[in-house]
Write a protein that binds this ligand. Structure first.
Ligand SMILES: [Zn+2]
Length: 454
């Protein structure tokens, strides 16, 4: 506080200290009582005016935006309204064919084995990145924030740990499709809010770039769905993945389509990339629109299942509204987790109840066990190398993310750490930690292939 400010604060002599606590002034009792009534009336006027304005906004915008709401609350609403990618992430996952009310039955010969714990996640809150913590005040944001993170805090018993993080695994012959989450107008989670230094999309791209170098140094071939800070729609990423898989299948002599049909499929996928929108109306979802899987998508997924040595990894950061969670989480999909989620959405999500919502046949046959194994291998390696990333949330979670659901590759979504956790965030700012994360993921991939065979 500087001298001028201090002086101003003490120069309010017109109101004597203690006067307001001396009891209520009586109405009509002299000049000051008159002012008191005017002040009370003015206060009431302002209060009801504010409430009225708030109700007006409630009606016109669908939510309360009373002018004196905190900046944090407005920022949060702005973020929610503008995170289109996150909002569509689980929108079109649809219901499967097990709705008894419609008299439908599951395809004969299919089973739904128990894949372990499936976390029941509120569809509206299914993207952990889609909010800013309630108790976060942007006014607290310090533009000169400089982490006091000390590497010795991370590796207290071995300060040279990062130097041993040299890549030492053999991934020759393996192919990895790397998906750096978010990008461009989709920042992903932010903490602290409104500072590009702490936008998820920048961390994910950086981690993916470092990871790409490590994977390539291990002999793997790597494809990226996003390689700069541009917005790439969810279904653009998936269309790219299918096209890459068609190329791989062709190289491996496993492309099961006639050249005409292959050209047709490629064109449909290219359309999704060109449109680069996640909406039914624009056609940006292409052959991945609606619930279940249409015939073309099923063909592609069946083809992708035959590809050996190919994985899909999506890199994200996490955020917790309560700020109580920390560490690494790995999401994966199984037939069961997807069908359960889509049935739930069919009951609760108005989008799914629309008569024009495309409902396709259920798809059974994902690499359930492989996906679960990959998730465990990734988690174990990351946390084995970086014990501070052992999470107090669920370590591996079967869920229904479209980026994992809409193709047939073995796949996982890595929520690397919680940007909303102070310790995690500090660690994410350390290049040695980023380096270690990338190496640990490489080791996780190698461990997976050692167990899975291919
Ligand atoms: Zn994310």
């Amino acid at each position: 506080m500087d001298q001028n400010t201090e002086n101003k604060n003490t120069q309010t002599p017109s109101v004597q200290p203690g006067r307001d606590t001396a009891g209520p002034a009586k109405a009509g009792n002299g000049k000051s009582g008159g002012y008191r009534i005017i002040a009370i009336l003015l206060t009431l006027f302002l209060f009801f005016g504010a409430v009225g304005t708030g109700l007006y906004y409630l009606n016109s915008k669908g939510y309360v935006d009373i002018p004196f709401l905190t900046t944090a609350t407005r920022a949060k609403k702005y973020y929610k309204n503008n995170d289109s990618n996150a909002n569509t992430k689980n929108l079109f996952s649809g219901a499967r064919d097990v709705d008894a009310a419609e008299g439908k039955t599951e395809p004969s010969g299919t089973t739904q084995p128990d894949y372990g714990e499936i976390v029941d996640i509120d569809p509206d809150k299914n993207d952990p990145d889609s909010y800013v913590p309630d108790d976060f005040d942007p006014d607290d944001y310090d533009p000169d924030y400089d982490s006091d993170y000390d590497p010795e805090d991370v590796y207290p018993d071995n300060t040279t740990k990062h130097q041993t993080a040299n890549i030492n695994c053999d991934l020759s012959g393996k192919i990895i499709i790397l998906d750096a989450g978010h990008g461009g107008r989709d920042t992903g989670c932010q903490f602290p809010f409104n500072n590009p230094q702490f936008w998820e999309c920048n961390f994910t791209l950086h981690i993916a770039e470092v990871l790409k170098a490590k994977l390539e140094a291990s002999g793997a071939k790597v494809y990226m769905t996003r390689s700069d800070d541009s917005w790439v729609s969810l279904y653009n990423r998936l269309a790219q993945t299918h096209l890459i898989c068609m190329d791989i299948a062709e190289q491996q002599g496993k492309l099961p389509f006639s050249s005409e049909h292959a050209a047709e499929l490629r064109q449909m996928l290219q359309n999704s990339i060109d449109i680069n929108e996640d909406s039914v109306a624009s056609g940006g979802m292409g052959l991945m629109v609606g619930s279940g899987a249409g015939p073309e998508l099923q063909e592609l997924m069946e083809m992708e299942k035959t590809l050996d040595n190919v994985l899909f990894l999506s890199v994200h950061l996490n955020s917790s509204e309560s700020r109580t969670l920390h560490g690494t989480q790995i999401y994966y999909v199984t037939d069961e987790s997807i069908i359960e989620s889509e049935n739930r959405q069919m009951r609760t999500n108005d989008e799914f109840k629309r008569s024009d919502f495309p409902k396709r046949d259920a798809y059974y046959g994902r690499k359930n066990e492989n996906n679960s194994l990959l998730a465990e291998c990734l988690y174990d390696n990351i946390v084995g190398d970086i014990p501070q990333f052992e999470t107090n949330a669920h370590a591996t979670i079967a869920d229904n993310y479209a980026v994992l659901r809409e193709h047939g590759l073995t796949c996982a979504l890595i929520e690397t750490a919680f940007l909303s956790d102070d310790d995690d965030r500090r660690m994410l700012q350390d290049e040695n930690v980023i380096d270690q994360i990338a190496v640990s993921i490489c080791n996780g991939v190698e461990t997976y292939f050692a167990y899975a065979g291919n």
